[in-house]
Design a protein around this ligand. Structure first.
Ligand code: ADP
Ligand code: MG
Length: 824
């Protein structure tokens, strides 16, 4: 649509609605100013000025005067907009295009809406198009509200629509402005469509074929044509489609291009009649923005509304990024970015806009992370004294020499805890890298200083395992160090009496090292003088958990251990407030675990392989699939698997069972049997992913492996390969054909937990990666946590801002501060 037609349309609408100056957001004058800017060129300057003059003072004028003003403006505009219509590009064989039909707008409009030549090919020329049937919310002139006003302030958005929009998280006008398309589907000609494309076509309905299959399914075939070809849109069980469309009608159809007996087709695509509004949009953007929708909020309405909102409000938003920053980081200004992200003028500009928003989000994350870190470090912790020969004595008490990586990590931790600023450190290392002895060194330092320390684990089994490991190696260490630490286990399944007793001992200072689950320690324990907390998080991250301790009034040094190697981007965000120590060296003598992905039909072979290993004196794990995040349901499945294996497959072997529903004593019994080799095969639920260290176990069969993440599979298989023998992991997929899955190749080929974690993040996204709903991170709209480069850039910029203005007191950083607060 030409600029002239756009002006004429708005003014006609304004006249029709009684010259109330309400047909566009911001009012007629504002619109015309904006229009003039877009329209003015070398030739038409005088004409455009006449239009402006004609409408000057419109807001203050009486309605009767307004009518005359509009007429003057329209005739002025028409005078300079007399260029003859350009002939549309038509395929050679087509007959010359007939002149576009002229149509009078309804009285009393003095304005003729001229149909512009469409640059879009169509099997027939696109006729005069209907206006949208659902009115586009036009906005009142006098805007006495701001961006944070509720959406219902917009004309055309009533209470019901307001409620519906709430379901999209849209409450204010700002929310609407920041409700971005989730996809952009390029407009293509039918002949250009390819299988698998997400595309939009503008086409004419050729005919409609509505029928039922033999088994009663309702099918509607809409045959669509454009000058380059035809394609069918198939709709299943949607009888209303045939009623909504009629032959010869022009429609916009958008969706994924599918295939039907080798012919391309759309399956239940989105569709809507081609209206002027829509045509204008597709003319400029050449893409069809697809918005997240909800019941009652239709694509068409939302898009038109966004168009109006963007037109008026995009310029009203003040960019929170200081201009200098925007320049050095080469970011698109906010106003442009808002326009381009909704209605891109090109895909390149759209990318630039998204880049800007992504950067902004990551910047807020990083600023928040730095602020958090600063807050934590404000309150002093207790500096701990460390004897010069401590490390030498400690190592002498261990059954093995420390690896270089372990020594380095201990050194980093020691230099932290000798300081009064509280340590906030993340110790990262693959399964089996030996984190426990690193943590224990720090725990014992705390004891030697006459203070208390705590070690928290995410599950009871893991807490018990830590308790046992530490008790095993403690006597020799205690002797070398000349101390007698009192260690206490505190988990939920203890009897009430024992639990209370343990809590009391801890609070009275009779316990030096408390070991327990996160939940229990955080809820029920008062320490007498806590100086160090070690948090073994596995992959249950969360800033919240870590700060819970501090909120209890302690300010201990904190060491977080993560067994899942975290991709660098996540380490910088989720753990961005922590210093990082990495165990990148495995204790000596580990041989890589041979990993093989198997199809369901290969289960028998897997069973035979296990049998062979056991006949050679080894032991095996069978991990049951994760059914639900429910211990009860998983336990039941494990019981069934155990019965099947022990009765049918291996009646002659000793099979054991462990799951989360067993009492601690029962778990102990089973684990001891496995360790002492009175059990050959241990059937376990995925709860037991980390808890057991049995060097003689050399083979692990993981059922339902396709349901686990790579990082998690890697954790499981870390249970084998701990002894001198070659070890094996067999991953059994539930579904055949899932071997083609890329993930499987990765895990078969790499032993590097970091690489697997990166792959996991790429393939499954951060939500899945964490395995929990709550990652402790605010929602990201645009940024991808896999974008390392952008994240590092944002971090550098955040650091500069934070170093220059840690309190955010500079005027240019005020909006940044506000943005960050709103974001977190
Ligand atoms: P993770 O990092 O997975 O917590 P652990 O601390 O459980 O690893 O250690 C895994 C195994 O390696 C344990 O049996 C532990 O005793 C052993 N280990 C740890 N450090 C060394 C080392 N430097 N040399 C040999 N074995 C070690
Ligand atoms: Mg561990």
């Amino acid at each position: 649509m030409s600029n002239f037609n756009e002006l004429a349309k708005i003014l006609a609408h304004e006249q029709k609605s009684g010259c109330k100056n309400s047909s566009v957001i911001g009012g007629v004058e504002k619109f015309v100013e904006n229009w003039a800017q877009r329209t003015r060129n070398a030739e038409n300057g005088a004409g455009v000025q006449q239009v402006l003059d004609a409408l000057n003072g419109y807001a203050q004028a009486e309605p009767t005067q307004r009518n005359a003003m509009i007429q003057r403006a329209v005739s002025a505009a028409r005078q300079f907009d007399t260029k003859p219509p350009r002939p549309a590009a038509q395929p050679k064989r087509e007959p010359p295009r007939p002149p576009a039909p002229q149509k009078k707008s309804p009285a009393p409009l003095p304005i003729e809406l001229r149909q512009e030549n469409s640059p879009l090919p169509a099997s027939e020329p696109i006729p005069e198009l209907d206006e949208d049937d659902e009115p586009i919310p036009s906005q009142p002139m006098r805007v006495d509200f701001g961006l944070d006003a509720p959406v219902t302030k917009l004309q055309g958005v009533g209470g019901v629509k307001g409620k519906q929009l709430e379901r999209l998280g849209v409450e204010t006008i700002r929310d609407l402005l920041y409700h971005f398309p989730r996809d952009y589907r390029p407009v293509k000609k039918i002949s250009e469509l390819m299988y698998g494309d997400n595309a939009t076509i503008i086409a004419q309905v050729s005919h409609i074929n509505d029928y039922k299959t033999r088994n009663g399914f309702h099918i509607t075939d809409i045959v669509l044509m454009d000058p380059t070809g035809g394609i069918t849109a198939k709709f299943f069980k949607q009888p209303w489609v045939a009623k909504q469309l009629r032959p010869r009608q022009f429609v916009v159809v958008s969706g994924k291009v599918d295939r039907d007996l080798n012919k391309l087709s759309f399956k239940s695509p989105e569709y809507e009649p081609l209206t002027r509004e829509l045509q204008r949009l597709l003319d400029t953007a050449h893409v069809y923005p697809v918005y997240p929708l909800t019941e009652g909020v239709k694509a068409k309405w939302l898009r038109a509304t966004e168009r109006e909102v963007v037109r008026f409000w995009a310029d009203k938003v003040v960019d929170p990024l200081p201009a200098t920053l925007r320049h050095t980081a080469q970011l698109m200004p906010l106003n442009d970015a808002l326009r381009e992200i909704h209605f891109p003028s090109s895909m390149g500009r759209m990318e630039d806009a998204r880049h800007r928003f992504a950067f902004e989000e990551l910047l807020y994350i990083q600023l928040g992370v730095f602020r958090q870190r600063k807050k934590w470090r404000q309150e002093p912790s207790r500096p701990l004294k460390i004897e010069n020969d401590f490390l030498a004595r400690y190592e002498a008490g261990l059954p093995f020499p420390l690896t270089g990586a372990q020594k380095r990590a201990i050194g980093e931790i020691f230099s932290d805890i000798q300081d009064s600023a509280p340590m906030s450190r993340l110790l990262q290392g693959d399964v089996g890298a030996g984190k426990t002895v690193v943590a224990l060194a720090a725990l014992l330092v705390a004891v030697m200083n006459g203070t208390q320390a705590v070690l928290m684990a995410p599950t009871e089994i893991l807490a018990e395992q830590h308790y046992k490991t530490i008790n095993n190696i403690l006597p020799a260490l205690a002797e070398k160090l000349g101390i007698q630490p009192r260690v206490k286990l505190l988990i939920g399944s203890l009897r009430q009496k024992e639990k209370l007793a343990a809590q009391q001992e801890i609070s009275e200072g009779h316990v030096d090292i408390a070991i327990g689950t996160h939940a229990l320690i955080q809820e029920a324990v008062r320490f007498q003088n806590l100086s160090l907390a070690v948090v073994d998080e596995q992959h249950r991250f969360g800033v919240g958990q870590r700060s819970a301790l501090r909120q209890k009034g302690y300010n201990p040094h904190i060491l977080v251990m993560s067994a899942t190697p975290i991709p660098r981007t996540l380490a910088l965000t989720v753990y961005g407030d922590l210093d990082l120590s990495i165990l990148d060296e495995m204790p000596p003598g580990r041989t890589p675990i041979m990993t093989k992905w198997l199809e369901p039909k290969e289960r028998e072979r897997a069973y035979m392989f296990i049998r062979k290993q056991i006949s050679e004196g080894r032991q095996a794990f069978v991990i049951c699939p994760l059914i639900q995040e429910s211990e009860a349901i998983d336990a039941k499945a494990a019981v069934e698997e155990y019965e099947r294996l022990s009765n049918e497959i291996y009646p002659d072997l000793r099979v054991g069972l462990i799951h989360g529903k067993l009492r601690p004593a029962e778990k102990d019994a089973v684990m001891n049997e496995f360790r002492d080799h009175t059990v050959d095969i241990l059937v376990a639920t995925s709860v037991v992913e980390v808890g057991i260290d049995v060097p003689n176990a050399t083979v692990m069969l993981i059922e339902g492996a396709d349901r686990f993440g790579l990082a998690q599979l890697h954790q499981f298989r870390g249970r084998v390969g701990r002894g001198a023998h070659q070890s094996y992991a067999m991953l059994l997929a539930d579904k055949s054909g899932s071997t083609s899955d890329e993930r499987l190749k990765v895990i078969e080929q790499t032993q590097d937990g970091f690489k697997l974690a990166e792959a996991d993040l790429l393939l499954r996204g951060p939500g899945e990666f964490f395995g929990t709903k709550q990652s402790g991170l605010p929602d990201l709209k645009v940024a991808q946590l896999t974008d390392v480069k952008l994240l590092e850039h944002a971090r550098t910029v955040a650091q500069e801002i934070f170093e220059r203005d840690p309190e955010f007191s500079q005027p240019e950083n005020q909006l940044l501060k506000k943005g960050m607060n709103e974001f977190w």
